[in-house]
Structures are given as C-alpha cells and as structure tokens.
Design a protein around this ligand. Structure first.
Ligand SMILES: Nc1ncnc2c1ncn2[C@@H]1O[C@H](COP(=O)(O)OP(=O)(O)OP(=O)(O)O)[C@@H](O)[C@H]1O
Length: 302
C-alpha cells in the first residue's frame, strides 16, 4: 500500500536544480533514510513534501487522503528547531497544541501523552533551556506528532547529538514507526544503517539509488572471504577459483582473497572441498561490505 507518492518532483533555485525529477512511493510504517552529502537536496525535498516550499514541477499526493489538507497528515521537525527556552517542556507542548487548534483541556491531555511517548515526562516542569540536546530533539518530535500525522519527517535529527542523545532519538524513531511512516535525512551512513528499512540516496538533487535496505545490500554486496593455507597460497587459489560460486580470486601476501555474490553457497562449497581434499586451511574469514562501501559503489555506478 502506498501512502504518499511523489512523481517527477523538481525544484530550481535561480535556474539551477536543487531537486530533479524525483519519484518515490512511501509505504506505511517504514523508516526511510534520505541520505546524501551537503547540498544534495535533502532539506529542499523535505520542505516541498511538508508544503513549506513550492515545487517548480511535479506532484506530491497522499493516496488515501487526496482531499485532506496535507499539513494535517505530516509532522515536520526542521534541522534547527526553535523553542521558547524560558518555557517548560509541558508549557511548550500545551501551547503548541492550542496553536494547532486543540482546546486547552485537550491540549493538556495530549501533552501528557506525548511527554510519555517521547520519554521526557520526568522533565516536564524543567525549563527547556536546561534540556540536553537529545531532550530538545525529543520535545521537537513530540511537537511534530501532536496532531498524529501519518508521515513524520525529521531533518538531520541526530547529526548534532552526542552518542547518548543520538541513541535515545534513534530508539524513539524506531518506536514511532509502529504508528506512522518516518522519513529522516542524514549524511551519517551508520545512522541510516542502524534503523532504516528503506534508503533514498541523493546526489546533486537526483535519486541515484533507492529501495529496501535488504535488496540494496544484496545488489551491492560483494562478500569477501579471506582464506589462509599452511602452504602454497597460489596452489590452493587455483583450486578455489574453479568452484561454481566463486567470482574472483587473488593471492595477497600470505592469503587468498575470494569474491562471491552468494556467501551462503560459496562458504558451503569451499568448506566441503576443503574437507574432501584435506586442504591445510588455517584461516576462514568473512567480510561484508559496509553501507559506506555500498554508497560509494552506487555513486560510482551512476
Ligand atoms: N533558498 C535557496 N536559494 C537558493 N539556493 C538554495 C536555497 N535552498 C537551497 N539551495 C541550494 O539547493 C541545493 C540543495 O540544498 P539543500 O539544503 O536541500 O541540501 P541538503 O542536502 O539539505 O544539504 P545540507 O546537508 O547541507 O543541509 C544547494 O546547492 C543549496 O545551495
């Protein structure tokens, strides 16, 4: 099921494309990382979807709610949210709820629920100026989901946080995807790797790769096996090279490097042959491509 479709979405600033011909279909309860270097077009994309920036061309359609005001379906936390630091977390959220049209009583009720959801209920009466970076981000997320949106968009939500704050916010994002779709931008690959189900790789405003993490890993994954033999690496390299699931081999110093596309089959084949022919195998080590390597490959292929 698709909740949001973007088709042929483009934005030009002074004749130059910041986002170009973007297509993507968003499904419910997924966490999608919009990833790319500085200036790739991440913020521009999020601001267009949020309705804060007019696209130059293209369409943004909420499939099941075509006639609803898009702002009611989206929660958005900008990269540098502004808080009234002299307010307490509780005051800030209640005030935000009222600004969004809730009655004072309803807003108070929702504020309590939200502080609980984002895990800062114990700090509800503290001034925001005394909040840590992670607590501020969680308060920002609470504000963004006050109206129970279907899509929550977060612009670089963890980039400026220390490891503890980062962990807290990533965990919260994982929890929230049970209730809504979460789209977040980042240039930190390990954050995307940790929690996202899908990935959109952007470069110069264009999607150069996208899809489910699992499928992307399969597509770009080259698994390397390092083998070490007690004697003559070159002799055993030749034997390994004849196996059906081995793509490439190379003798490197005192080891044999094996490249394969199907790690499960290759592992089985190598070990079976080693037992059958009594190979003097000293080391068998698997190394999988990291997301970073995957990203570099996608960039180089495009
Ligand atoms: N209001 C604007 N006027 C002119 N150019 C703009 C404007 N906003 C963005 N741009 C340009 O559009 C391109 C994409 O910018 P955008 O902020 O979307 O990238 P980003 O991927 O979010 O980068 P960052 O990680 O640095 O936030 C950049 O070249 C930027 O300079």
């Amino acid at each position: 099921m698709t909740i949001l479709s973007i088709t042929d979405l483009s934005k030009k600033f002074n004749g130059t494309h910041a986002v170009k011909n973007m297509d993507y279909q968003f499904t419910p309860h997924q966490c999608i990382a919009l990833i790319g270097p500085n200036g790739a077009g991440k913020t521009t994309t999020l601001r267009m979807i949020a309705g804060l920036l007019q696209p130059t061309s293209g369409n943004i359609i909420f499939e099941q709610n075509k006639n609803m005001d898009r702002r009611m379906l989206i929660g958005y936390l900008p990269q540098h949210p502004v808080f009234y630091s002299w307010m307490t977390g509780s005051e800030f959220l209640t005030y935000s709820g009222q600004l969004g049209g809730l009655s004072k009583a309803k807003s108070r009720q929702r504020c309590k629920e939200l502080l609980d959801i984002v895990g800062i209920i114990d700090a509800k009466d503290k001034r925001i100026s005394n909040y840590s970076g992670g607590m501020r981000q969680r308060l920002g997320i609470a504000q963004a989901i006050i109206h129970k949106p279907k899509l929550l968009m977060l612009d670089e939500p963890v980039s400026s946080l220390d490891p503890i704050g980062r962990r807290e916010v990533l965990t919260l994002m994982e929890d929230l995807k049970k209730e809504m779709t979460v789209l977040f931008s980042t240039h930190i690959l390990s954050d995307a790797d940790e929690i996202s189900d899908e990935l959109i790789l952007l470069r110069n405003g264009e999607i150069i790769e996208s899809g489910k993490m699992k499928e992307l890993r399969q597509k770009y994954q080259t698994t390397k096996i390092t083998l070490q033999f007690a004697e003559s690496q070159a002799f055993y390299e030749e034997k390994v090279a004849t196996l059906a699931n081995v793509r490439n081999t190379l003798v490197e110093k005192d080891s044999v490097q094996v490249i394969t596309n199907d790690i499960t089959k290759a592992r089985k084949e190598i070990l079976q042959q080693a037992v059958q022919e009594d190979w003097p195998l000293l080391t068998f080590k698997l190394e999988q491509a990291s997301l970073e390597e995957m990203f570099m490959k996608a960039v180089n292929h495009s």
